[in-house]
Design a protein around this ligand. Structure first.
Ligand code: RIB
Length: 338
């Protein structure tokens, strides 16, 4: 393997000083055009590749953005990441992904380790019980941070969310308008702010309709399909059985559809099911899933643009941006049978 090309070799070939080569590579000063062309020709002919890491250490900042996601297997997050990456690339930043597995200890390990790579900024979708607020508040200086999708406890910096409470409210109102009065909910992990907000939307709709909330009909899930399946099986064995289930994300709604089939209940004739996310598969489930659309791509792109503004020096007060959600009616809801 050939030795890396040095700035000294480029200077010799271009017959200029090392300082001139450094100014051309790092764009740190104006260089006469004919010298600049000689340096660029020497770089091309020698096949020189600047070390981004060395440049980052000199500047104490790279062009790297670190994005923390809580569950790399959840199909909700690729659209969010795509939104971030499109904007990052446009601003010449390069994205590094860290998967916390919804484990705050793994998240903290990444937050500490990745700091040494001098990222230009952070985008964090917090894990359950995230310590991100404590971690970043302890640093008076350091690259900007944008929290997205879930409001981390104690975080008062920039945050980009969706209208979780309003989305859950509209889903529950739809079930009420269809005549349901025995409604159950499968929540996300209630350590997460967005899970609490969706439960609150469910409760507000029932309260406004003077429909009593049966505590047994509130089952906590983990935003994973298996937890939705287990919770739905438990709900569908209760007497009286709920006639409708609001699952606070589409993966748990998928689990509920499977549970209904396993216990021999037809959706929607015998059990109505609503989800949250509007993932691509929602159109293709049997029956197609009524769900709350949340703009994953826009969530990521908005957070990345806010971060890019901070990196170049925006000193506005911390922003709290909430993107709209929208109920997408399909075929998994019908009036209660009998
Ligand atoms: O499906 C995963 C859930 O976790 C989504 O609803 C999204 O809001 C994320 O927080």
């Amino acid at each position: 393997m050939s030795r890396p090309i040095t700035i000294r070799q480029i200077a010799k070939k271009a017959n200029v000083s090392i300082g001139t080569v450094s100014h051309v590579i790092n764009e740190t000063a104006n260089v006469r055009e004919k010298l600049r062309i000689r340096v660029l020709d020497a770089i091309r002919s020698l096949g020189y590749q600047p070390s981004q890491l060395a440049r980052g250490l000199r500047r104490n900042q790279t062009s790297m953005l670190v994005m923390m996601i809580p569950d790399v297997t959840n199909p909700f997050f690729p659209a969010v990441i795509r939104g971030v990456e499109d904007v990052a690339f446009q601003y010449k930043y390069r994205l590094v992904l860290c998967n916390s597995d919804n484990d705050h200890r793994k998240e903290s390990l990444y937050l500490n380790e990745m700091q040494s790579y001098r990222p230009a900024g952070w985008l964090v979708i917090p894990s359950v019980d995230s310590d991100m607020a404590t971690h970043f508040s302890a640093k008076t200086s350091g690259p900007p941070v944008v929290c997205l999708d879930r409001q981390a406890q104690g975080w008062n910096g920039d945050v980009v969310l969706v209208a979780n409470e309003a989305g859950a409210y509209s889903a529950t109102r739809h079930l009420l308008r269809m005549g349901h009065r025995q409604l159950a909910v499968i929540t996300g992990p209630l350590h997460l702010e967005n899970a609490v907000e969706r439960l609150n939307g469910f409760k507000r709709a029932l309260s406004e309709a003077n429909v009593p909330i049966d505590a047994n009909y509130i089952q906590e899930g983990r935003f994973e399909r298996s937890s939705g399946h287990v919770a739905a099986k438990r709900l569908l064995c209760m007497l009286p059985r709920p006639t409708a289930i609001f699952a606070c994300n589409d993966l748990m709604a998928l689990g509920a559809l499977l549970a209904a089939r396993e216990v021999g209940l037809h959706c929607p004739d015998e059990i109505s099911i609503v989800g949250f996310d509007n993932l691509d598969f929602a159109e293709f489930t049997a029956p197609p899933l009524t769900t709350v659309h949340q703009p994953g791509y826009q969530l990521g792109a908005t957070a990345a643009r806010l971060l890019a503004d901070r990196i170049v020096g925006s000193r506005e007060a911390p922003q709290r941006i909430v993107l709209p959600t929208e109920l997408r009616m399909r075929n998994s809801v019908a009036p209660p049978s009998g």
